[in-house]
Design a protein around this ligand. Sequence first.
Ligand code: WQD
Length: 381
Amino acid sequence: MLGDRDGSMAQLLITGGAGFLGSHTCLVLLEAGHQLLVLDDFSNSSAISLERVAELAGVPLQRDQPTLKATPEAFTLVEGDIRDTQCLDALFASAKAFGQPIDAVIHFAGLKAVGESVQQPLRYWDVNVVGTQRLLTAMNFHHCRTIVFSSSATLYGYPHPNQIPIPETAPIQPINPYGASKHAAEALLADLAGCSGKPEPIQASSGGWRIARLRYFNPVGAHPSGRIGEDPNGIPNNLFPFITQVAVGRRPELTVFGDDWPTPDGTGVRDYIHVMDLAEGHREALHSLLNSDPQLLTLNLGSGQGASVLGVVKAMEATSQRAIPHRIAPRRPGDAAITVANPTLAAQQLHWRTQRSLTDICRDGWAWQQDNPNGYGEACL
Ligand code: WQD
């Protein structure tokens, strides 16, 4: 039985569902037959992504308010801020009033730019920690105690070489306010589960809480249709969208932050995971929680394979048949040489592994960027 009710599919609240990871996960969950209520403030996303998700899933997208005016159908979008307690309370209460109580939450809403977090620590703690605390307060009050939480490999900070590939039991040592805010939210979830301070990645929980803390490595790529993908605000902080924007001619050249790292070609190595693999990992984590006794799961979502900056450049040049001009610059503060997941536990617990390669990532990411050179900015529905 998946849902908390009579075995029908679950009614899910997806916070931040219009974003890069959220939109792809919404599509996978709709295809699995779940009903979705999306809450997003569009501070770093576009509602167009969800219009396209609706098109791909073959379901209409309803727009509504926090106090729902109509019975939630397959796919409903509400604009609101995760820190707005009245908005959260109205959503849970009105869904219940329509006989569609929220069975579980997938919590993507948050800020995620490392560099920006260094400049704006108070804002990152407000959205990522206070926002999560207010969501959990509303969930607790409305007896909704199943949540999949968007965490990050950033928690591991500078992994010790003997901890690579990185297991979930590696030391937690965030090195920036973004990572610290994710660590704080993880600690709050452990406290709720009655598992405070325990390092075990799989534990029985108390109070009926069913919690999955998913630590993403580097999510990249796009849905193979090219209709949805990554659309960062302004100049991309992350490598992959920067590379696709150079390939499509939107940026003149890539700056490579250091070629003197202790890696095979001297450039940084990361574990790039296709966003569709990540979305399917969320579906499997949700189903695992809904069909198990109350527990606290902490899982890495990564491929277990590393790729260097120059390796990604070469793969994208081969896929796009476009040169990607680049120049070497000094290392970026806060970077580590190598960050790669040990994905064993997710495979054991969820029977899930990544299925898509770096070539698949480049093919799908390039298709999205070619069809949407300016992202959703000047898109037509
Ligand atoms: C990857 C590699 C850079 C940009 C961050 C967050 C992490 C997660 C993913 C949310 C590094 C190099 C980058 C550029 C470059 N986000 N690079 N030129 O830093 O591994 O992880 O995003 O959860 O939490 O920390 O990703 O894509 O920024 O960098 O050479 O213009 O590419 O030095 O080696 P990162 P990234």
